[in-house]
Write a new protein. Structure first.
Length: 78
């Protein structure tokens, strides 16, 4: 499942920020990819809608990388 989530995150970042898909890695931080805090919040909101889940606000503030976003979404789907 994490591969599907990663692919969706990469697609959204690429589309919204114009970042080349090849530059987006599992270990990439949002800052490295040119996302500011508002971009990150919007990204997570889009992904919550896409996967029909809600990540608790307390956890949202700790998501600062692609890996953390994947993990947060996986946890929310359980």
């Amino acid at each position: 499942m994490s591969e599907i989530i990663f692919d969706k995150i990469a697609a959204v970042i690429s589309a919204k920020k114009g970042v080349s898909r090849e530059l987006i890695k599992f270990e990439s931080t949002f800052e490295e990819l040119g996302l500011d805090s508002l971009d990150a919040v919007e990204l997570i909101a889009d992904l919550e809608d896409e996967f029909n889940v809600t990540i608790p606000n307390i956890e949202l503030q700790n998501i600062k990388s692609v890996k953390q976003a994947v993990n947060g979404l996986e946890k929310a789907m359980q």
